[in-house]
Design a binder for this molecule. Structure first.
Ligand SMILES: C[S@@+](CC[C@H](N)C(=O)[O-])C[C@H]1O[C@@H](n2cnc3c(N)ncnc32)[C@H](O)[C@@H]1O
Length: 402
């Protein structure tokens, strides 16, 4: 087995790490976290094909480490890993560090070394993509975005070198970039759309991966809306069951899934859609159990102003009822050992506190306990966006009895 170090640029922080961990249990992969710098997580794991990385919804890009150098040793950097060099190719450099000056300085040094290396191989007419320096949390990155890398086909027709400063600089070549274009098409080109209820497809993919369902297993979304989660599950090779109270949503999901299966040439997925209520799944599913559940029962509308704590609590209390009512039925139809990935609304109040409600006690009464992932310090895993007043928080449960 060949072991490699990878620099992974995460899109959703702790949630992305949880996805990585959950997905690695599905593949029976053990990995070691070597460190974190800003949005980058550096891991050591057996060598993985590009396709494995592309299954994950919470990454921007992944680079395979080929060298390690100190800041002042850049002239010792061996760039032989950069192969298939041709004129007109596009290339880029991104650096991540705890300080602005070191991120900028190392990116400049890297660019100079690469230019020299290319010149030495007779490759002179190349296009260098420029990045941007910015602070993310308390770290700095000089980054060429994964959107630009995909748009310019840099991985296919050129290369990106990524460097992260731990004790020394780890230098890698980007091997996978998330398929932003595919996710955007699935969001904005499907026949039936309603942004007021739908979850972004990347988040839907993360929820599916958190359940760690294997190809051929069955995933249920008992609040399926227009079928975003079901679509991401079908692309991952799962069979899907969707339930929604609104007949028009079930019809919308049907049209969307038909479109998606055709677009991706998926022929072997079983898709079952029903009008019905999450609290009465037995009317539809009878005695059937599923391998995993991923769902978002409530998406609160955007708020015009920050609510007082009391207003926020009232809003959340109204939403919580549907969770408490449907948990027993969801648990009854989940196999023992199966997982439930569920989104809860979280609201930022005027005092800047983020409020939600706790479903773990009710869940434990029906055999669901919070799933202990090593990377998760506490649930909910929050998708934080400072500009948003309403946020999503994600819980992952495992059915342990019942
Ligand atoms: C936030 S949306 C889910 C959106 C879905 N994830 C998507 O991307 O299209 C919640 C859905 O739950 C449905 N719903 C509300 N109460 C329900 C219930 N008791 N049982 C089943 N579905 C319900 C609504 O009709 C709505 O379509």
């Amino acid at each position: 087995m060949v072991v490699k170090r990878y620099i992974i640029t995460l899109a959703y922080g702790a949630l992305s790490e949880a996805e990585l961990e959950a997905y690695s249990t599905l593949l029976n992969l053990d990995y070691l976290v070597l460190g974190r710098v800003g949005r980058c997580c550096i891991i050591e794991v057996e060598m993985l094909p590009q396709q494995t990385w592309l299954e994950l919804g919470g990454l921007h890009k992944v680079a395979e480490v080929f060298a390690e150098v100190k800041s002042d040793e850049i002239n010792r950097l061996n760039l032989e890993a950069l192969t298939a060099l041709t004129d007109k190719m596009k290339w880029a450099v991104s650096t991540y560090s705890e300080s602005r000056s070191s991120a900028l300085k190392f990116s400049e040094d890297l660019r100079e070394s690469i230019k020299e290396y290319l010149k030495g191989r007779g490759v002179v007419k190349t296009k260098l993509l420029r990045g941007k320096i910015r602070k993310v949390d308390s770290n700095w990155e000089y980054e060429v975005s994964s959107q630009l890398l995909q748009k310019e086909h840099v991985i296919e027709d050129g290369f990106e070198v990524v460097a992260v400063k731990l004790k020394s600089w780890l230098v890698g070549k980007t091997v996978a970039v998330v398929d932003h274009i595919g996710y955007r098409q699935r969001d904005l080109e499907r026949p039936i759309q309603d942004p007021t209820i739908t979850i972004p497809p990347k988040l839907a993919r993360i929820l599916v991966n958190l359940t760690a369902c294997k190809k051929g297993e069955t995933l249920l979304d008992p609040f399926c809306g227009l079928g975003t989660i079901l679509g991401e599950a079908a692309i991952r090779g799962l069979n899907v069951i969707g339930v929604d109270a609104e007949p028009s949503r079930v019809e919308g999901a049907r049209k969307n899934l038909r479109w998606l299966l055709e677009k991706y040439g998926i022929r072997d997925a079983s898709v079952e859609l029903f009008q019905g209520y999450a609290e009465n799944l037995n009317r539809i599913l009878k005695r059937r159990v599923v391998d995993g559940v991923a769902t978002e029962p409530i998406l609160l509308p955007p708020l015009k102003h920050l609510p007082t704590e009391q207003e926020a609590k009232r809003m959340l209390e109204r939403s919580s009822a549907i969770y408490y009512k449907s948990l027993p039925s969801i648990s009854r139809h989940l196999k023992t050992g199966g997982r439930l990935a569920i989104v809860l609304p979280c609201v930022k109040s005027r005092s800047r506190r983020i409020l939600s409600f706790d479903i773990s006690r009710e869940a434990s009464k029906v055999g669901l306990r919070l799933y202990p992932l090593k990377s998760v310090k506490k649930y909910p895993l929050l998708i934080e966006d400072p500009s948003q007043r309403v946020m999503r928080g994600i819980h992952l449960f495992e059915k342990v009895f019942g």
